[in-house]
Structure formats: structure tokens, C-alpha cells
Design a protein around this ligand. Structure first.
Ligand code: FES
Length: 294
């Protein structure tokens, strides 16, 4: 486990991409999850009202906005998931196993992960910056999602302001991100990685437990985590990719999936795994593969 560093390593890496009617100026910053996670957590939890996200490639632009704070902003098997009332997104910030069955080959994991990240400005043919954002690329060098940062030419009602009256105050977020992530002049505003907090999820879908027995399991986890005083979040979730032999439970600390988790099994998992550090092999999913690696 690496120690979280609040000071970003300065890459000093700038580049230019020519586009019709101007160019894009990029300033790269480290794409390690201890940098991307705090950045995205802050944007989606604290600045959601100011930013948008989507993608921009030749022939297609998608821009999504937040109308309220996201209902969920969590890391699951390497992917950041952000859930809003109307849409959700996933972005691969660290190597993903490909679920409990470890579907991902090394090659696929390396392709899917964010492998380059940069702050950008789009500059027009007259040399004027017209928009600001953050671009991510995957391991194959393909453009992934980009975050749209506040635009000084756009008013509060999404109307275009008169060309000569930009709202320069809207550059505050871009400038702050630049000081933290590009120039290293300010520290990351978190003491630890905000997406690396431990949680236990219990699947509440009826596909893996038709009799809704997840409710007793969830209640048992909640009660025992509270009693332990450990800093673990307990959540009920959608599908955890096992889809049989429920109740299904996922422990994020070491990415362990469990099946047939009754309240009694919860007691065992808490004592032996969460506190003792040893997974309860009789209930780990999938059993053979985990046994083979332990
Ligand atoms: S529906 Fe419960 S794990 Fe998929």
C-alpha cells in the first residue's frame, strides 16, 4: 500500500493538438489514483453545480450536467461510479479485476485504466481561450471522459455572455486545480484518498436473493460494524456481479465477494476477516480461485 501524498509531483508536460479553428493546449498531471480520486471526488461532491462531464470527439459531443449532488460517488473494483437521478457514469481509475470471476486479462486491465490525464484549454484561431476542462485517456491512448470546467463566456442561465463581458470569476476553479495538480503550489485538499475508504456492500437485488433475505444480512452488518467502531461504511447496493447464492456481500478493503451470507456468517466475516484479516473461505466467491491464491 502506498502512502497518500498530498503534494502532486509536477510533470512539467505540456502539449498542443491542432483542431479546426484553433488548438487545444494540454498540461498533464499524474494519473495515479491517489491524484485522480481526490480530484474527481472534489469535483463531483463539492463542485458538482459548476462542472459537467461527457466526451468530445470528432463528430460527437456529449455534455451532462448535475441538477443535484450525485447520489453515489464510489470506487468499486477499480471503477469510479457516479450516480445521479437521471444518469450514471463509470471511469476506470485503477486496475479492475473484472468482477468476482476475474474476467479481465492483464492486457484488458491495462487498456481500460486511465493512463493519461491533463488539464486543457481550447484556444481559438485568434489565440483566445474559449473553454476549459480535464481530459482522460485510456491505456490504448483513446480519449475517455472529459470534465467541463466553468466557462467565463457562459452565464448562470447557460446563456452566452456578450463577447466583451466574460465573467472572469469563473476561472477560479480552473486556477485552483492548476495550482494543485499542475504546479504543485497547493496541497491536495484531503488527508487521505477519499475514494479509498472501506465499505461493505450487500446486494439488494431479487435476482440473487428472491426472498429479500438481504435485509437481515444488511441489518446484521450495520449492527456489527457500529458495535466494532471501525470506520467502515455499510451500504445496500445493486448487482455485485455474482447473481446467485445470495445474500451476496462485497468487502472493499481487499475486494472480496461472499455468497450465502446469513446474519451468522456476518458474525464470522466480521471476526475472522474484517478484524482478523483472514477471509472466511467457506463463503468466498468464487471458492476455488480464492483457495488457489491463498
Ligand atoms: S443480483 Fe445480486 S449479485 Fe447480481
Amino acid at each position: 500500500m502506498t502512502i497518500f501524498q498530498r503534494q502532486v509531483s509536477v510533470l512539467g508536460l505540456t502539449s498542443r493538438e491542432d483542431v479546426p479553428n484553433g488548438h487545444i493546449e494540454y498540461e498533464d498531471f499524474p494519473h495515479h489514483i491517489d491524484v485522480t480520486a481526490p480530484l474527481l471526488h472534489a469535483l463531483f461532491q463539492e463542485h458538482w453545480a459548476e462542472v459537467g462531464l461527457g466526451h468530445m470527439v470528432d463528430g460527437s459531443v456529449l455534455e451532462l450536467e448535475f441538477t443535484a449532488a450525485p447520489k453515489l460517488c464510489r470506487l468499486y473494483d477499480g471503477y469510479l461510479t457516479v450516480l445521479t437521478e437521471g444518469w450514471h457514469m463509470h471511469l476506470c481509475l485503477e486496475k479492475s479485476l473484472g468482477g468476482p470471476d476475474r474476467r479481465n486479462s492483464e492486457e484488458l486491465s491495462n487498456k481500460r485504466i486511465v493512463s493519461r490525464a491533463a488539464l486543457y484549454r481550447r484556444i481559438n484561431q485568434h489565440g483566445q481561450a474559449k473553454s476549459w476542462g480535464i481530459q482522460f485517456w485510456n491505456g490504448a491512448g483513446e480519449r475517455m471522459m472529459n470534465v467541463f470546467l466553468p466557462n467565463i463566456f457562459v452565464g448562470e442561465a447557460e446563456d452566452l455572455l456578450p463577447e466583451h463581458k466574460p465573467n472572469l470569476a469563473k476561472l477560479k476553479l480552473y486556477d485552483q486545480l492548476r495550482r494543485i495538480y499542475i504546479l504543485g503550489e497547493e496541497k491536495i485538499p484531503y488527508e487521505s484518498n477519499p475514494l479509498k475508504t472501506n465499505y461493505i456492500a450487500v446486494c439488494k437485488s431479487t435476482r440473487c436473493n428472491a426472498d429479500r433475505s438481504w435485509e437481515q444480512t444488511y441489518a446484521a452488518v450495520q449492527a456489527q460494524v457500529t458495535e466494532s467502531g471501525l470506520p467502515i461504511e455499510v451500504i445496500s447496493s445493486g448487482c455485485l456481479e455474482v447473481c446467485k447464492a445470495g445474500p451476496v456481500l462485497f468487502y472493499s478493503a481487499d475486494k472480496t465477494w461472499y455468497t450465502r451470507v446469513t446474519p451468522e456468517v456476518v458474525t464470522q466475516i466480521m471476526a475472522e476477516h474484517v478484524i482478523g484479516g483472514q477471509p472466511v473461505l467457506d463463503h468466498v466467491y468464487p471458492p476455488q480461485k480464492v483457495l488457489a491464491t491463498t
